[in-house]
Design a protein around this ligand. Structure first.
Ligand SMILES: C[S@@+](CC[C@H](N)C(=O)[O-])C[C@H]1O[C@@H](n2cnc3c(N)ncnc32)[C@H](O)[C@@H]1O
Ligand code: SF4
Length: 296
């Protein structure tokens, strides 16, 4: 079982530019297991029950340990790896920060969250897909997932553990972004990531979830202004800067741009070197009918 995931493993060094500061990360994908079945999941086609062994993870960590770098503990749902805490503990003194993204369902257990509190230099990013059970559970295709995710946020907030939240913007939740922000604000979220939807999985992905560029442009501006009003830090990722150029400093630029492209209109745009560009598939499917480069 382990061999296949190990062979597929890409040791990646990525950098993320956020607020004009850059951080290099070593990314290790520890498991392909997941307890959700998100309709938009970019990794749906590789979903299976495989996990890397603790021994292999430790070897990879040792080979890449660097106190100037971060480590991203990735996967489908990393909290489902049976050695999750052993991995965090092992990484603790080997990297500047340890980060992971989670659907937060395991965080509904208080003991799980109190154990997280013991790990130094942890950056937790959770995901939510809407302001209520109806929207969220229909996107995760998992009944009860909203309730567990929200309980996870409540536990983090109660134990005063900082956490960010990622929202992937789709047709199902684009009208409810401000409502979702209200919900997150009630749990004292540290920051919100608004992410573009990448219709890149080879399996099961519904292109009807994609929000056309002109609609997204208006909605994103409204919700970012709302975050400013509520004093919540925010970031925008997997989207081109021209979607909200007045917030250009809040865009995340990743070094790995495999799924992204620039188009001929980008030539001459003042943000060309500080922009992810446009998700290729999004572009090919015609969701970017108009591009709005910024020439001065
Ligand atoms: C692949 S998931 C893995 C971590 C965890 N299972 C979760 O859902 O938070 C990492 C992040 O990517 C987001 N994501 C998944 N599929 C995506 C897609 N097609 N486009 C953009 N973001 C996506 C998820 O919502 C999550 O915030
Ligand atoms: S919870 Fe994360 S890994 Fe699991 S299906 Fe959803 S996006 Fe994919």
């Amino acid at each position: 079982m382990e061999n296949t995931i190990f062979e597929k493993q890409k040791v990646m060094n990525i950098y993320t530019k956020r607020n004009n500061s850059c951080m290099n990360y070593f990314l290790v994908r520890i498991t392909e297991k997941c307890n959700n079945n998100c309709i938009f999941c970019s990794a749906a086609h590789v979903r299976n029950n495989q996990s890397l062994s603790l021994e292999n993870i430790k070897n990879m960590v040792d080979a890449n340990a660097d106190k100037k770098k971060g480590i991203e503990i990735g996967g489908a749902e990393p909290t489902l790896h049976k050695g999750f805490f052993k991995i965090l503990e092992y990484c603790a003194d080997k990297f500047k920060v340890i980060t992971f993204t989670t659907n937060a369902r395991m965080l509904c257990y208080r003991k799980f969250v109190s154990d997280l509190k013991k790990i130094p230099n942890l950056c937790i990013r959770c995901s939510i897909h809407g302001p209520n059970q109806e929207i969220h559970d229909s996107l995760t295709r998992t009944k009860g997932s909203f309730a567990q995710t929200i309980k996870g946020f409540a536990n983090l907030s109660e134990m005063k553990i900082p956490f960010d939240v990622n929202i992937v913007i789709t047709k199902s939740n684009v009208k409810y972004l401000s409502k979702t922000v209200d919900l997150l604000n009630s749990y004292n979220v540290s920051g919100i990531y608004f992410s573009g939807f990448m219709p890149i999985s080879k399996k099961d992905i519904d292109l009807k979830l994609a929000v056309p560029f002109d609609e997204l442009k208006a909605k994103i501006r409204d919700v970012l202004e709302y975050c400013i009003k509520l004093n919540i830090p925010f970031y925008i990722e997997k989207l081109p800067v021209c979607i909200a150029p007045e917030f250009s400093d809040s865009f995340i630029v990743e070094s790995y741009k495999g799924h992204f492209t620039k188009v001929k209109e980008c030539i001459g745009c003042i943000f060309i070197n500080n922009c992810m560009g446009i998700c290729k598939k999004y572009f090919e499917e015609g969701f970017f009918t108009e591009i709005f480069p910024v020439y001065k």
